[in-house]
Design a protein around this ligand. Structure first.
Ligand code: CA
Length: 229
């Protein structure tokens, strides 16, 4: 495994300490700071592989930092915040965060999310032209999607939606993000379109579309496409 460097931006000393102990134990290199201003200096000088960002910082909102980083980098960003409000979660994801966990958090779950986000960012999936997810397989070059080894018959929108999900697995995607990426700018508030197509897709790929294994609903926020390969 590559020696990953994680940058922690957290002003609560006890949470920071817990993260540092955890990362040391699991072999992740890490650096940490308490505010936005130092976070940017540290980010630019150390070029980390992943960021853990708290939102309530002494010199402002962590979302501002996320937006600044997104202008220059695509690295994975995981928000760790005490804010449980759906609007806050959506705003953080729309600002460019890849994932969001609320405090108090499970260390094991955080580590799992970190691994997933790091894996997605290694670019390995670009080397192979196939994406595998459970019983789904997408051939990027030929644009074919197979389910249980049979080609799935999809409408153009269903195809675009499933492709977007497969390229962003295990990641919370807001309604707005999905609508913008699949339907285009101007469709961000057409929630009913999204709901309708998620339902038709579920009927094609889920064993039981009322208890989905792939397309999980993140209540009030959006969807998460789950892959446990
Ligand atoms: Ca804080």
């Amino acid at each position: 495994m590559k020696n990953y460097l994680i940058q922690i931006i957290e002003d609560d000393p006890s949470v920071k300490k817990l993260l540092e102990i955890t990362f040391r134990e699991y072999g992740f290199n890490h650096i940490s700071c308490e505010n936005k201003k130092n976070a940017m200096v540290m980010f630019l000088s150390h070029n980390p592989d992943l960021l853990i960002v708290d939102l309530g910082l002494s010199d402002g909102d962590g979302k501002e930092f996320i937006k600044q980083v997104r202008e220059i980098s695509k690295l994975p960003i995981v928000v760790l915040s005490a804010r449980h409000d759906e609007k806050e979660i959506i705003a953080a994801l729309d600002a460019g965060a890849d994932d969001y966990m609320t405090k108090p958090f499970s260390v094991n779950e955080l580590l799992a999310r970190i691994r997933t986000n790091l894996r997605r960012n290694t670019g390995d999936e670009n080397i192979s032209s196939k994406i595998l997810c459970g019983e789904l397989e997408m051939d990027i070059a030929s644009r074919d999607i197979f389910f249980k080894n049979e080609q799935l018959k999809l409408t153009p929108i269903e195809y675009e939606l499933l492709k977007y999900f497969l390229l962003n697995t295990n990641k919370t995607l807001t309604h707005k993000q999905i609508l913008k990426e699949v339907w285009g700018v101007g469709y961000q508030s057409e929630m009913q379109y999204l709901r309708t197509y998620v339902n038709t897709l579920r009927k094609k790929i889920e064993q039981n579309s009322t208890r989905p294994n792939y397309i999980k609903t993140e209540s009030g926020i959006g969807y998460r496409f789950c892959c446990n390969n």
